[in-house]
Design a binder for this molecule. Structure first.
Ligand code: 13P
Ligand code: 13P
Ligand code: MG
Ligand code: MG
Ligand code: MG
Length: 366
């Protein structure tokens, strides 16, 4: 029998500002999901947060894109929004862009990563969750995990992985997708996924077609057509056996790659891997954070979590993140700390530019 793992997330109010989560929202979400578990709709669940984003991790037998599961997530976010409104938390209901639920949360603001599979004898899963960054943040780590032999020793050593993986890449501006087989098509893959604002790794598959990883690719700015905070995406990765080992899945985050997000969603900065207790981006509303929760599945039960970045092995990455953060910050309002103009379209900057439009004088040849 197949099990579905659904991770659905939204920012429905920050405490304080955009920096973290209020405990009452976690409590409300727990109450809702507990009741759904009691009704038999879901097998198990875990509620957590990264910064000001609330994540609902659920297992069930209803398959991805299921209306009842999505309704449960939507209603839970709505109920948590009510709690946030009562406490006047910041940006209550921020990511709920639609007035009413219409069958599927896709395109309504929440981010989602869902996968269905037959649970193996042992099924280690890592769930990555980020705050103060955009959906493109997973492209580089997903490349390293499944296609870079300098990161993943198993690509060379393990007969189960030596044939490589298949990437599903979405063009979120053109609403189309393409598949690449690695290692054969590595260079073709990189042509696209190096452009993290437009081409997103949606999923990775083993060569036998089994799902290995799935990420949330919802881009809030494209849905809303204006600035509504950052996507703050999630990504689920299966591990061990014919998939990369747990340590190979975590290894890319020792290099704090530069992502977009941070203050007002308008800046580049390093993605800092942190334990859950440090997923509270405060410095200049950042720097961007990523947490990794590990679970073993057992008949759909979520055994865990383990807080995978709570390891001194990631201390140097955190230190380097702070060094890079200082350097980026010292650029102030200058690029490349500030995002390029075409990305600033989705911020409030165009309104300021608009006020100055009549002051421009043409440059005429004498
Ligand atoms: P252990 O001997 O600790 O089980 O380690 C096995 C391994 O392959 C680690 O990558
Ligand atoms: P969030 O997307 O996490 O709400 O961030 C918004 C923001 O503007 C931070 O400065
Ligand atoms: Mg927020
Ligand atoms: Mg957020
Ligand atoms: Mg956000």
């Amino acid at each position: 029998e197949k099990i579905t793992l659904s991770v659905i997330k939204a920012d429905v109010g920050g405490f304080v500002g955009h920096s973290a989560m209020h405990g009452d929202l976690i409590e409300e979400a727990n109450r809702r999901l507990e009741s759904a578990q009691g009704r038999g709709l879901i097998v198990d669940f875990h509620v957590t947060s990264c910064g000001d984003d609330l994540q609902l991790i659920m297992t069930h037998h209803k398959k991805p894109d299921n209306q009842e599961i999505h309704q449960l997530a939507w209603d839970t976010f709505k109920a948590c929004t009510d709690v946030a409104r009562k406490l006047k938390l910041y940006g209550a209901g921020q990511d709920l862009l639609a007035d009413a639920f219409s069958g599927n949360v896709r395109g309504m603001g929440p981010g989602l990563a869902e996968m269905e599979f037959v649970e193996r004898t042992s099924e280690p899963i890592i769930i990555f969750m980020a705050d103060k960054t955009s959906a493109g943040a997973w492209n580089l780590p997903l490349y390293k995990i499944f296609a870079d032999p300098f990161n993943t020793a198993g690509l060379v050593i393990a007969p189960t992985m030596h044939d490589g993986f298949r990437y599903e890449v979405h063009d979120v501006k053109g609403a189309k997708r393409i598949f690449f087989d690695t290692p054969q098509e590595l260079y073709d893959l990189l042509v696209f996924i190096g452009a993290t604002g437009r081409y997103l790794v949606k999923a990775v598959y083993a060569r036998d077609g089994e799902i290995a990883a799935v990420s949330s690719t919802e881009r809030l700015a494209l849905i809303a057509g204006k600035y509504v905070g950052k996507d703050d995406p999630v990504c689920v990765v299966r591990s061990q056996g014919k998939f990369p080992a747990v340590g190979e899945v975590l290894e890319p985050f020792t290099m704090p790659h530069v992502v977009e997000g941070w203050m007002r969603g308008s800046h580049h900065g390093p993605l800092m891997p942190v334990p859950l207790r440090h997923a509270t981006p405060s410095r200049f509303d950042g720097p961007p954070r990523v947490i990794a929760l590990g679970f073993q599945l057992a008949g759909g039960r979520l055994i865990g979590p383990r807080d995978m970045f709570d390891d001194p092995g990631f201390d140097e990455a955190r230190r380097l993140s702070n060094t890079l953060a200082n350097h980026m910050r010292s650029h102030g309002p200058f690029e490349p700390h500030r995002l390029p103009m075409d990305e600033m379209e989705y911020t409030t900057l165009p309104q300021v530019m608009d006020r100055l439009k009549d002051r421009w004088e043409p440059l005429t040849k004498k």
